[in-house]
Design a protein around this ligand. Structure first.
Ligand code: ATP
Length: 357
């Protein structure tokens, strides 16, 4: 089923929750709706499901306006952060529920239900828990059962609202890999709400960055990560060092720092801000003729393959973060308090109010 939303607006009183949102959700792909708390992700998901009605605009299912279609007729499956498995029903009965409540004409036979439920429990790798009750399951197991239950009615689209939000970090990581594998098997068009950028970048085929009810950027994970369309996207997708200054003749100056801006185009003289990711900084020992940003090493966290360096700018005392291979850190033999020079391998500059150059 193709899903699209067109010029959707939604207010709650004076508050604009969705501001003219238009999006296509590619068939068979997993799209992540990503953004800070309150940006409208859940509201958009609820509009698609038919649980919320937009003030204007359309939800298009297979190209036709679904405004008048009831939730049930939209053939959507849901998984929420705080799913509601029926506590008094076994896992088996929870997954069978959607099949049992179908109209008499559509309801499968008992043998078919049994086979389908056990197949689904096999798919989520929990067939051995069929006779347990939800309170006897871990949080991660419950979410997998909630997913099996959502899939039982063969939804044409699967809507997941922070499905792993209530779980601890380790289980969350396991489950998102598992969800990706499951999606690769089933190819159900899925929309996944999260405020965790790592989760969105790892799991999704397409990422939609939302901010204050609007779409800031849409693209494949590597595209939005490597080519952020706005300062907001840059800041939201991982740590970044920010240098405010002026762009003039291909150079951005900020305090005592002057950095080349390779793609300065026609910009002659303008306020500008350089964004540099911590792993895009090269670090060297200071020598008087070394070119780059002079900093002092405040503290290093060198655990595992990477060393994270907290650095203080010599000119402004602002903090910068660099991430380098731990081997390189050891080879340099750096000590806290030492003066260093860092140089960007890559930087991105926005001028004025967020125009990319
Ligand atoms: P979170 O990550 O915190 O769940 P979200 O991006 O999913 O956030 P929404 O739940 O879509 O955000 O909410 C968007 C805004 O609309 C919020 O400021 C919220 O308070 C407001 N809002 C949502 N539902 C209602 C409602 N029924 N009545 C009034 N305001 C609402």
């Amino acid at each position: 089923m193709t899903i699209a939303v067109k010029n959707i607006n939604k207010r709650f009183g004076d508050f604009v929750a969705l501001n003219n949102v238009s999006l296509d959700f590619p068939t068979g792909e997993l799209t992540a709706l990503l953004g800070p708390s309150g940006c409208g992700k859940t509201t958009l998901l609820r509009c698609i499901a038919g649980l919320e009605h937009p003030d204007s605009g359309q939800v298009l299912l297979d190209g036709s306006d679904a405004s008048d279609r009831h939730v049930r007729e939209r053939q959507v499956g849901f998984v929420f952060q705080h799913y509601a498995l029926f506590k008094h029903m076994t896992v088996f009965e929870n997954v069978a529920f959607g099949l049992r409540v179908k109209s008499r004409a559509e309801r499968p036979s008992e043998t078919q239900i049994r086979k389908k439920v056990m197949d689904l429990l096999g798919l989520v790798q929990l067939d051995w828990l069929a006779d347990r009750y939800p309170p006897q399951l871990s949080g991660g197991q419950r979410q997998r059962i909630a997913l099996a239950r959502a899939l039982a009615v063969e939804p044409r689209v699967l809507l997941l609202d922070e499905p792993f939000g209530a779980l601890d970090a380790k289980v969350r990581k396991e489950l998102r890999r598992w969800l990706r594998r499951l999606h690769d098997e089933l190819h159900v068009t899925s929309i996944f709400v999260t405020h965790d950028q790592e989760e969105a970048l790892e799991v999704a085929d397409q990422v939609v960055l939302m901010n204050k009810g609007k779409v800031e950027q849409l693209g494949a994970p590597d595209e939005v990560y490597n080519h952020p369309a706005s300062p907001f996207v840059y800041g939201f997708l991982g740590n970044v060092n920010v240098f405010h200054g002026r762009v003039h003749e291909g150079v951005i100056t900020s305090g005592d720092i002057a950095l080349d801006v390779p793609s300065h185009g026609a910009v002659q003289d303008s306020k500008g801000t350089a964004y540099i990711r911590p792993h895009d900084l090269d670090v060297e020992r200071y020598t008087p003729d070394a070119e780059g940003i002079v900093v002092k090493l405040r503290r290093a966290h060198a655990i595992g393959p990477l060393a994270q360096l907290d650095l203080e700018r010599a000119d402004t005392a602002e903090l910068i973060e660099a991430v380098i291979p731990n081997d390189r850190y050891r080879q340099l033999g750096l000590k806290d308090g030492e003066t260093l020079v860092v140089r960007p391998k890559r930087l991105h500059v926005f001028v004025d109010e967020g125009t990319s150059i």
